[in-house]
Design a protein around this ligand. Structure first.
Ligand SMILES: *Cc1c(COP(=O)(O)O)cnc(C)c1O
Length: 359
């Protein structure tokens, strides 16, 4: 293929985001967004910050107010907080700056890790999981490489414990350990308190899922002053204004109404349990999930066929083509109403026999 790109990017395979259909006809259960709208204070703050007089000026490159709000919520100092344009942006900095001795991450996990490793020419090891997609902390101990683990993991929803994280961070000497907590608010336990104990531990979170702000692009990281200063250096060497003023205002206001967002998360967790029960009754195997999605398969219908049949019925879920997980679909937990429709359609598809068309 023709390209003007430098040779070093010749083999780079970019990340493929989930579909974002332009029409609103779908029940969208494919990219783990919240089914609930942002709260009223968040929306008002956006309108206020978007006033023409404010947009004239650059955003605060230190995001002072936003950092103070996040620090207050998690009981840390502002100097323990880094904010950026989505947590993907933070992970990009992690792979850019913290992986010189190589990096290891679970073989089945967030697909972007491998893309970032390739982008930055980092040596990487994909660590196989145990039966049932279980992450074994011992696989990450004493390897003297940077560790990146999503907890709960994606796309499986399975979580490791704080003891596991202590073990990995404590045994890993000087290399950073990054815990990607994109889904922690749906039932997991954050490792933030461990960042006091382990200077090499970085916790990465996002406003995209639990706080209904995927479109605003806002992620944050919590860790030792040293790790945060290192990240700031990379940000100030890339794009100091990468959190725009409208997004910073949205994030600050969202922390102000955090209780409401956490109630939404509880609601989603309850809907998740209901959905698990119904799909189990329909014969699905469901990986135990603490996230706002479930990872499911069925012996009757091939994973890709289920994805296609649901899409025909205007329900989008996420299917991954890679060999180890091609029988599975990752289904975002929506509203109870949306999940009732999903369960009904799946029941229908199974009643049709899970047969190939024309049989
Ligand atoms: C969604 C997701 C992210 C990216 O979140 P943004 O803040 O929207 O960039 C990071 N890690 C995992 C595991 C995710 O699922």
């Amino acid at each position: 293929m023709n390209t003007y790109l430098d040779e070093r990017f010749a083999a780079l395979e970019e990340y493929t985001p989930g579909e974002q259909p332009k029409d609103q006809a779908y029940i969208k259960l494919n990219t783990n967004e919240s089914p609930y709208a942002p709260g009223p204070a968040t929306v008002a703050a956006v309108a206020d910050a978007a006033a023409a007089t404010r947009l004239r000026l650059y955003s605060d490159p230190d995001s002072t107010k936003l950092k103070r709000a996040i620090a207050g919520l998690y009981g840390v100092e502002s100097s323990n907080v880094f904010v950026s344009n989505g947590s993907d942006d933070i992970l990009n900095f992690v792979f850019m700056g913290f992986c010189g001795k190589g990096v290891m991450f679970p073989e089945i996990s967030y697909g972007f890790y491998e893309v970032f490793a390739e982008l930055h020419g980092t040596d990487f090891v994909k660590v196989p999981l145990k039966e049932g997609f279980v992450i074994d902390p011992e696989d990450y101990v004493g390897k003297n490489k940077t560790v990146v683990i999503a907890n709960p993991n994606a796309p499986t929803g399975r979580a490791i414990t704080l003891d596991d994280i202590s073990r990995i961070a404590g045994a890993n000497g000087r290399e950073p350990v990054i815990i990607d907590e994109a889904y922690v608010d749906f039932g997991g336990t954050t490792a933030v308190e461990l960042t006091r104990e382990f200077d090499n531990l970085l916790v990465v979170q996002t406003f995209s899922k639990s706080r209904s702000l995927a479109g605003a692009r806002l992620g944050f990281a919590l860790g030792s002053k040293t790790l945060i200063r290192d990240l700031e250096k990379l940000k100030y060497s890339t794009n100091p204004y990468n959190v725009n003023s409208v997004t910073a205002a949205a994030g600050t206001a969202a922390i102000g109404e955090n209780g409401d967002y956490m109630e939404n998360c509880s609601r989603i967790a309850a809907t998740r349990e209901w959905t698990v029960e119904k799909l189990t009754e329909l014969g699905f195997q469901v990986i135990p999930s603490l996230a706002n999605f479930i990872f499911v398969k069925n012996d009757v219908i091939d994973g890709e066929r289920l994805y296609r049949e649901l899409k025909e019925r205007k329900i989008l879920v996420r299917h991954f083509g890679s060999e180890a997980i091609r029988q599975y679909n990752r289904i975002t937990i929506g509203t109870r109403d949306e999940m009732e429709k999903l369960v009904a359609e799946i029941g229908d598809i199974i009643d049709d026999g899970g047969k190939e068309p024309g049989q």
